[in-house]
Design a protein. Structure first.
Length: 365
């Protein structure tokens, strides 16, 4: 017999009030013979989710809650749950009732009865697994492409590396917790890639159900974050996911600046100098907006803080532009290779903008 709370089930939540009661009851019904705890990690929900969990805690002693007010995001919620879990086994599942709780006992049995098994993945893409009821045709198609892409680039071999439903030994998870990226939704792929082939993995098929209540968190941004995660691992974690996202947004700003200059200069007949000045500010504003909803969405600025952040972003990036030009000019005068000088100047500016904006504009409170 395992000691109390040998299994902790981490469930990240944000505005899931309509699902809390059902998921607690469903998990209890299938695991009541096991000593377990449900740990909700909530991102300061505004729909009554927190109050519902606190109410349920009074009835079910195996329910616990972490409330996060300064950061958001599924991956970081899971990481906080890992850090605050002292059980030998940890499971992760969504709160939207799309993950079939009926396979939890089987996952537990397989993992606890086989010392050579480290991780069990609830899979939609293996035998007895299906995503037809929970996925649209387009999403199913894109998911299959993403899986092949992820397995190929991360050099892993899992039929459903995008799954958000799994159970793992804590002693296999602990060594990689500090390496995990807090951005994004695909925490399982990050765990597997960070483990460098040191995990023995089994997949158990289940039927991915339709969402019962609340809104889906999946979007184009999730795909962008997955791409950034893959690039981060390909760089051997030299580049963080957040820096890659920041650089991607910066690259989009180049397109915005060129397009703005064309419209202002060619179509509206504004002088080139004034067009360029306006285009720079338009591009900076675009970069700020997309960084706020993508790169720093876990610290997204709202209300009056949004305007304060915008002016901070303007100031920091203006200094970064001056540093870019000055350093590039210095390198060119010494090496006389303009391409190298330009690249190094741009790199210095990007690093400056990223570090200082992370520290001040989107600082963690």
């Amino acid at each position: 017999m395992y000691r109390k709370n040998d299994l902790i089930i981490i469930i990240p939540t944000y505005n899931e009030v309509g699902n809390i009661q059902n998921i607690v009851k469903r998990i209890y019904d299938v695991l009541k013979e096991i000593n377990f705890k449900i740990l909700f990690v909530d991102d300061n929900s505004s729909d009554g989710t927190i109050e519902r969990i606190q109410q349920i805690k009074k009835e079910y002693k195996f329910v616990d809650l972490i409330i996060r007010t300064n950061v958001k995001g599924l991956a970081s919620a899971c990481i906080d749950g890992f850090i605050n879990s002292d059980a030998d086994f940890i499971a992760v599942m969504d709160c939207d009732l799309q993950h079939d709780e009926k396979i939890l006992p089987k996952m537990w049995e397989k993992l606890t009865n086989n010392d050579n098994l480290d991780l069990i993945v609830g899979s939609r893409h293996t035998e007895k697994g299906s995503a037809k009821s929970g996925f649209s045709s387009l999403r199913s198609f894109l998911s299959k492409i993403a899986i092949k892409f992820t397995n190929l680039l991360l050099m892993i071999n899992v039929k459903d590396p995008m799954s958000g439903y799994f159970m793992i030994r804590k002693n296999k998870l602990t060594p990689v917790i500090s390496k995990l990226q807090p951005n994004g939704f695909k925490i399982l792929a990050d765990i597997i890639a960070s483990s460098k082939g040191n995990l023995s993995i089994m997949e158990i098929g289940y039927n991915f159900k339709k969402r019962q209540s609340g809104e889906s968190k999946m979007s184009l941004i999730v795909a962008i974050e997955l791409f950034a995660l893959i690039l981060s691992h390909l760089s051997y974690s030299l580049l963080s996911v957040r820096f890659i996202l920041f650089a991607m947004v910066g690259a989009s700003g180049i397109f915005v600046q060129i397009l703005s200059t064309y419209i202002l200069f060619k179509l509206l007949s504004i002088s080139f100098l004034n067009s360029q000045i306006l285009s720079v500010f338009i591009a900076m504003t675009s970069n700020y907006y997309f960084n706020n909803i993508i790169t720093y969405k876990d610290r997204a600025l709202l209300g009056k803080n949004y305007l304060k952040g915008l002016f901070s972003f303007y100031l920091i990036c203006s200094i970064g532009a001056l540093a870019n030009v000055a350093f590039a000019d210095f390198v060119y005068k010494n090496l006389e290779i303009w391409v190298v000088a330009s690249i190094l100047g741009a790199l210095l500016g990007a690093i400056w903008n990223f570090i200082i904006n992370s520290t001040f504009t989107w600082k963690i409170k």
